[in-house]
Design a protein around this ligand. Structure first.
Ligand code: TXA
Ligand code: MG
Length: 346
């Protein structure tokens, strides 16, 4: 299959790209679309066959459910139930963070095909703030199922070029909306009622909406699902090994942990590229990628993270070594992805 990539650089291109994407989705085809977090591989969420093509293209196991994107309250109500006992906090969170990188796990409505939720009685829902995505979903007037547009387990794409590397020849259309502004996938939460004053907000996947941002709305619980495979029923996609480059990756908690094997070539993923952190001079690096040069700004590191990982993976070195990222704010999400990316080799 030939993969067409359509640009959105001027208003005419943008119009053509949006119309083409909507046509494809209406016909039950799949399309890669930009969102503010990562590129998504989209299908009409109410078309089970189209959603099956997502699993096929990504080679994703069917026990890993998809996120359903909505355009607003009405569409949300069509796919999910908001239970009374969590309604107040859920609506408050929606008002505060939508459109944006926050995904809710809610009881699903009948209309959502089982393939989308992998047979679960819950559905993951979010509203993207990407303008191109928003225009497409508004024209389609149907919810859009879209996991990240990479092959299963691989590095998430934050540009159309990265989608091309992942899925060229497998999908018909990519809409190029430029680089993603957040750079890591949405925060996934499950809100639960509590006897106490504050409801519980369980973070199933850390992301751009951080615990610090959520804590005034409820008691934060961090889900340890990736450490406990038996919890797979509540969050089946939180697999240990994910976001994995082909090159072995090791996160070094401290520079002293590194024992140089002179027969190997190494590349470094540095947080802020500062000598005083102790990593730059550990060895003769084949290449150094710095996430946020100088002062180490976490949002900048997030935006550059998947891009940098992909770049290092393409060098053909024996091993990628990563500095740890401070686990605060969006740094928590970056470290979560780094740990999963390195899991299979450690
Ligand atoms: O930012 C994002 O969330 C991106 C963009 C494209 O929207 N999407 C994304 O989708 O990251 P994906 O499929 O790569 O990750 C979705 C995660 C998976 O780990 C899946 O297991 C989990 O959401 N998930 C989906 N439905 C769920 C459910 N009902 N209960 C628990 N986890 C669920
Ligand atoms: Mg993914």
């Amino acid at each position: 299959m030939e993969t067409l990539t359509l640009g959105t650089g001027n208003s005419q291109e943008l119009r053509v790209a949006i119309d083409k994407a909507v046509d494809h989705l209406e016909e039950g085809s799949i399309v890669a679309l930009p969102t503010e977090t990562v590129y998504g591989l989209a299908a009409n969420a109410l078309n089970a066959e189209a959603c099956a093509s997502i699993f096929e293209a990504k080679q994703r196991p069917n026990f890993d459910p998809l996120i359903v994107h909505v355009s607003g309250q009405e569409m949300l109500d069509s796919v999910a139930e908001i239970p009374d006992n969590i309604a107040d906090v859920t609506y408050t969170l929606i008002k505060e963070f939508w459109p944006g990188a926050l995904t809710f796990i809610l009881p699903k409505k009948e209309i959502v095909p089982d393939i989308v939720t992998s047979g679960l009685q819950t559905v993951a829902v979010r509203r993207s703030k990407n303008k191109i995505f928003a225009e497409i979903i508004n024209s389609l007037e149907s919810p859009i199922a879209a996991p990240s547009a990479n092959r299963f387990g691989s590095i998430s794409p934050t540009s159309a070029a990265a989608v091309n590397i992942e899925l060229s020849g497998v999908i018909p259309l990519i809409i190029d909306g430029g680089a993603c502004s957040e750079g890591v996938e949405s925060t996934i939460i499950k809100v639960e009622p509590s006897e106490k004053k504050k409801p519980i907000i369980k973070i199933l996947r850390p992301g751009p909406v951080t615990p610090e941002m959520l804590k005034k709305f409820g008691k934060i619980e961090k889900n340890q699902s990736h450490l406990d495979e038996t919890s797979s029923l509540t969050s089946p996609g939180q697999l240990d090994s994910h976001y994995a480059p082909k090159t072995p990756l090791r996160v070094l908690a401290s520079p002293d942990e590194f024992k140089l094997d002179c027969s190997k070539s190494y590349a470094l993923l540095s947080y802020r590229g500062q000598r005083k952190d102790g990593y730059l001079e550990l060895c003769e690096w084949s290449h150094i990628e710095t996430l946020s040069p100088g002062s180490g700004k976490l949002p900048e590191a997030a935006v550059r993270f998947f891009y940098s990982l992909r770049k290092l993976d393409e060098l053909g070195v024996d091993e990628i070594i990563s500095e740890p990222i401070p686990e605060r704010g969006i740094g928590l999400a970056i470290m979560d992805r780094l740990k999963r990316a390195s899991h299979q080799f450690n």
